[in-house]
Design a protein around this ligand. Structure first.
Ligand SMILES: CC(C)(COP(=O)(O)OP(=O)(O)OC[C@H]1O[C@@H](n2cnc3c(N)ncnc32)[C@H](O)[C@@H]1OP(=O)(O)O)[C@@H](O)C(=O)NCCC(=O)NCCS
Length: 195
């Protein structure tokens, strides 16, 4: 097999990655990892220890907690277009200097310690509490409580994580706020299931 290296493309990708790395490391100092080719809007908070492992698109006013695991192609849309005007396109409306089409349903939140599978979309009004799981390919349209395991389009609750005692232990620990030293010291806590 012959491998062809296109140095122009490799160099272009390297420069692009470096640019995004500097950009996101500066904005989200405490976040462990955000895929460098991601597109992230204004007023976005990404908590410490959270890993966004694939390219994502996160629009404005999104709050992501600490130690979340977010897979490929996570998309957050914080606004709808109003569908009550003759025109439905932002560009034309802005050009005419008239009413904005934006319909905003509030901040979108992803709770601490949640896991989001591949190809998940959060629509305006969506949100999940702490310790949630969102199945691959889900489209989340509303808010879900702590520990919800949700999936589908539209996403629905398929189960809840942990029994009441486990949920209490999880919340009481607030482990996602611990510093790395404390996390390492309490490795046994992370090696014990909560049921
Ligand atoms: C959400 C998830 C964790 C649930 O796993 P689980 O607890 O083992 O759930 P089950 O396989 O027992 O499925 C329970 C029900 O939910 C449905 N379901 C599970 N995942 C689903 C999904 N992503 N979309 C739609 N429905 C789903 C199943 O069909 C099943 O429905 P049924 O009861 O009518 O038969 C898993 O299905 C998933 O999507 N994982 C994400 C994997 C991923 O993206 N990995 C990459 C990042 S590391």
């Amino acid at each position: 097999m012959r491998v062809i290296f296109n140095f122009k493309i490799i160099l272009k990708n390297l420069i692009l990655k470096l640019f995004f790395l500097i950009k996101y490391k500066y904005r989200f100092k405490k976040a462990s990892f955000i895929h460098p080719c991601s597109n992230i809007g204004f007023n976005v908070k990404i908590g410490k220890g959270t890993r966004i492992n694939g390219i994502c698109f996160i629009s404005n006013e999104t709050m992501i907690g600490n130690y979340c695991a977010i897979a490929h192609n996570f998309r957050v849309r914080h606004r709808n277009h109003s569908i009550n005007y003759p025109n439905i396109q932002d560009y034309l409306q802005n050009k005419l200097g008239i009413s904005s089409l934006t319909v905003f349903k509030g901040k979108i939140e992803v709770g601490d310690g949640s896991w989001i599978g591949d190809n998940v979309t959060f629509l305006p009004g969506a949100g999940i509490g702490k310790g949630c799981v969102v199945g691959a390919g889900s489209v989340v349209t509303k808010k879900f409580d702590d520990f919800s395991v949700i999936a589908g389009n539209p996403a629905v609750l398929i189960r809840t994580r942990f029994d009441k005692k486990g949920q209490h232990e999880f919340l009481k620990s607030k482990w996602w706020e611990w510093d790395v030293k404390k996390i390492k010291k309490n490795a046994e806590f992370f090696n014990t299931t909560l049921n």
